[in-house]
Design a protein around this ligand. Structure first.
Ligand SMILES: [Zn+2]
Length: 120
């Protein structure tokens, strides 16, 4: 057996628009909503690979739709992911725990141990 990957034990949106995820291994992830949306894993946001492995990005409109960074709802998907619904109606982003942990790594050096700066 491989060691179990950490799972969120608590996901909360704080008043300052920071999504805070407490993991079963005790560490806490913090994502700004803008970062969270920009990391949306769906094909429409990240592009789809064609059979030759090229990633085709969707056409980007120059204007950010109103509500793009307003998180309306988070819904659990099985026990492996959450689905995000945004203010602009975008609801196809399924964030697996693995994706969240990757996002955290890419965000870079902003991990906070659960036992420091406790704000609960
Ligand atoms: Zn998306």
């Amino acid at each position: 057996m491989t060691p179990a990957a950490p799972q969120p034990t608590e996901i909360k949106l704080s008043d300052d628009r920071i999504l805070r995820i407490v993991w079963s291994d005790g560490h806490i992830s913090r994502f700004s909503l803008q970062y969270f949306r920009d990391q949306c894993p769906c094909a429409g946001c990240q592009g789809e690979s064609d059979i030759f492995g090229e990633v085709r990005m969707p056409v980007q409109l120059p204007v950010t739709k109103p509500g793009k960074y307003d998180l309306k709802h988070l819904a659990p998907v099985g026990n492996y992911a959450i689905a995000a619904v945004w203010g602009d109606g975008h609801d196809t982003g399924i964030y697996s725990w693995e994706h969240l942990l990757t996002m955290e790594d890419q965000q870079g050096g902003d991990k906070t141990a659960a036992d420091s700066s406790r704000d609960g």
